[in-house]
Ligand binder design. Structure first.
Ligand code: NZQ
Ligand code: ZN
Length: 412
């Protein structure tokens, strides 16, 4: 087992109506809040709350309590009525450095912001993390994101996550895109852990089938990226196998009935665990190869991250299946998909890859790059970009430019 030095400082408040703790969480962090959000889902998603006790007389108390309906945005504004709120709306999926990070940094400086409240999916939170660091730095925020300069400080971040996928709510990373240079860069710094993440599965009821499926694929891939490593433990393998089974079972239930609270809740927790290293403490590094490849796809073509991963994953698996890796595939096939352990190893391994493909296909993910608008015209350029920037020659199964190109071609 490898040495590690690990700490997750993020407070998680999980469950129905956990938002009521928002003022208590925010108060010690300051009064001036930058509220960040995306393209408007938080203004559409209806949120029910009970009328406050003050509004209900004792006779009514015996009856079922009346509910008040308002949007998540309305609920946040209502709970933070005593705070000074500046807003940064319009953060896009695959959040952009320009304008969102730059606008956010400017707003923080102009308004002397104390704390950022991110309400939305991983893109909103990732963008907020880059803003949090940029707001405490005098130079160009890109210097921090690319590690040219080490951040000394960041504003505190609180989030209300509305889409189960990335695990950004429990990790110190964010991924920022710079369109003009086709860069999509992962920025990780312990300063970027959210102070607190509020997770109410009800807020994910309105997530579309497409984004729900992409979230399942993203969290499954986070687990797979950590499972396929040289040095692993029985403990971590068990965590990962259980995560994968839970994501498949509960993910399907979420797609069949988007308002299934129990399934949405378990899926949400699985996703939260995905990226904070808890599944692989003591493992040797795996290099996260599918993410290395996918980040280029979404940088060049702005596709949905989870869909890109689902397309790449089985092709990557096929590509790296070898004498060295076969035992991992056998264990994965038996413990995740229940493949008959008496079959020959090669057959179990190949079936496990087919099962992975078929699962993603069965939840409605387009399984070819062409279906998400990517043709063969820029594959060479992307393969070179990935080989030069992602360090995949050090991955569990090392990938050179030619290997990356072959995986991309097989994914077309
Ligand atoms: O913009 P709005 O209107 O909010 O709509 C969003 C967006 O269109 C919508 N949505 C979010 N919550 C909703 C909802 N629609 C209805 N009801 C709700 N409750 O969903 C769309 C996608 O949102 P986005 O935030 O982009 O999705 P996701 O959470 O999957 O985040 C993807 C981004 O995270 C990065 C990805 O690369 C990508 O840029 N990642 C971040 C990681 C991290 N920080 O640890 C790790 C991941 O591997 C990943 O790379
Ligand atoms: Zn991911």
């Amino acid at each position: 087992m490898q040495n590690f030095d690990y700490r997750t400082p993020t407070r998680l408040i999980f469950g129905r109506e956990s938002i009521v703790k928002l003022p208590e969480v925010m108060r010690p962090l300051g009064k001036r809040v930058l509220l960040t959000y995306g393209g408007g889902s938080i203004k559409k998603a209806p949120v029910e709350r009970e009328q406050s006790d003050a509004c209900i007389n004792s006779a009514e108390r015996k009856e079922a309590r009346p509910k008040v309906k308002l949007s998540l945005y309305g609920r946040v504004k209502e709970l933070l009525k005593d705070f000074e709120i500046t807003e940064l709306p319009g953060i896009q999926p695959n959040p952009k450095y320009d304008p969102s990070v730059l606008d956010g940094v400017r707003l923080c400086k102009e308004n002397n912001i104390d704390v950022i409240l991110a309400v939305g999916g991983g893109s909103v939170l990732d963008c907020s993390k880059a803003i949090a660091a940029g707001a405490c730095y005098d130079g160009e925020p890109w210097d921090l994101i690319t590690y040219k300069v080490k951040a000394q400080k960041a504003l505190p971040i609180v989030d209300i996550i509305t889409l189960a996928a990335t695990g950004s709510e429990f990790d110190p990373g964010g991924v920022i895109s710079r369109t003009e240079t086709n860069d999509k860069v992962g920025y990780v710094d312990p300063l970027l852990y959210p102070v607190c993440s509020i997770l109410d599965p009800v807020y994910t009821f309105t997530v579309s089938k497409k984004q729900t499926a992409a979230g399942i694929a993203d969290a499954m891939n986070h687990t797979i990226e950590q499972y396929f490593a040289e040095d692993t433990t029985l403990l971590n393998d068990g965590f990962c196998e259980s995560m994968l089974r839970s994501l498949m079972v509960n993910g399907r239930k979420c797609l069949e009935n988007p308002e299934d609270y129990t399934a949405r809740a378990e899926m949400m927790l699985c996703c939260t665990y995905g990226c904070n290293r808890i599944l692989s403490l003591g493992n040797s590094p795996s290099g996260w190869p599918c993410h290395g490849i996918e980040h280029a796809l979404s940088a060049y073509y702005d596709i949905t991250h989870g869909e890109g991963l689902a397309i790449i994953t089985p092709r990557w698996m096929k590509h790296i299946l070898s004498e060295k890796t076969i035992d991992r595939f056998v264990k994965y096939g038996i413990n995740v998909f229940g493949i008959d352990s008496s079959l020959p190893k090669q057959e179990i391994a190949e079936r496990s890859i087919d099962e992975t493909y078929r699962f993603f296909e069965s939840i409605g993910i387009p399984m070819h790059l062409r279906e998400v608008g990517i043709d063969d015209s820029r594959l060479d350029e992307m393969a070179r970009h990935i080989a030069e920037n992602e360090g995949l020659e050090h991955a569990y199964a090392p990938l050179m430019e030619q290997n990356i190109k072959e995986i991309l071609v097989a994914s077309l």
